[in-house]
Design a protein around this ligand. Structure first.
Ligand SMILES: [Ca+2]
Ligand SMILES: [Ca+2]
Ligand SMILES: [Ca+2]
Length: 182
């Protein structure tokens, strides 16, 4: 439907007659405030940064859990914190986490497990097979037929399979984008 200039003029004049000036002013004020909010939101992009308690490295934030939990509980805690047990895809990520683990001197759970099929190791959050690995020499051993969760050891900063119900520290990972407004 096309409205001519004359028709628009008539509609506007009728609207002005029907509504009191105070209502029109209030309406105009609401329109102005809405426009300001739209402009303000338009200037906000993805804000990069890690929440407190998380350490940034490249595109991720890492939380080095300071309590000890079985692997399953560690995964749940990471999810409650907005992340997941760490998944290590590159040598750079591995070097960062390995260095931190050696410095802190305690073992940390990571997100790899062969719980589903023995010796078929997967990152359990993304359900992907391990494209990059940093197993300690001769690991994984599946010692006692019951080692199905992966940890980073502080002795050499490399990975070992261990019993999932053992309580140790854990590393969570999440994206470093904390706020996205479009
Ligand atoms: Ca990762
Ligand atoms: Ca195993
Ligand atoms: Ca082992």
């Amino acid at each position: 439907m096309v409205i001519t200039r004359e028709e628009l003029h008539v509609i506007t004049r009728e609207a002005l007659i029907r509504h009191s000036p105070s209502k029109i002013m209030a309406f105009a004020f609401r329109v102005a405030v809405s426009a300001l909010i739209v402009v303000w939101l338009g200037n906000c992009d993805a804000v990069e940064g890690c929440p407190s308690g998380w350490t940034r490295f490249k595109d991720s934030c890492y939380h080095f859990g300071h309590d000890t939990e079985p692997w399953m509980v560690a995964q749940m805690v990471c999810r409650d914190l907005g992340g997941h047990l760490v998944e290590i895809e590159t040598a750079a990520e591995e070097n960062f986490l390995s260095t931190e683990t050696v410095r802190r001197g305690v073992p940390y759970w990571i997100g790899a497990s062969d719980l589903l099929i023995e010796n078929d190791w997967q990152w359990m959050t993304s359900h992907s097979s391990l494209s990059y690995t940093a197993w300690s020499p001769e690991q994984p051993t599946n010692y006692g037929g019951n080692e199905n969760c992966a940890e980073i050891r502080p002795s050499d900063g490399k990975w070992n399979d261990d019993q999932c119900d053992r309580s140790i520290n854990y590393i969570c990972e999440r994206s470093n984008e904390v706020e996205v407004i479009e």
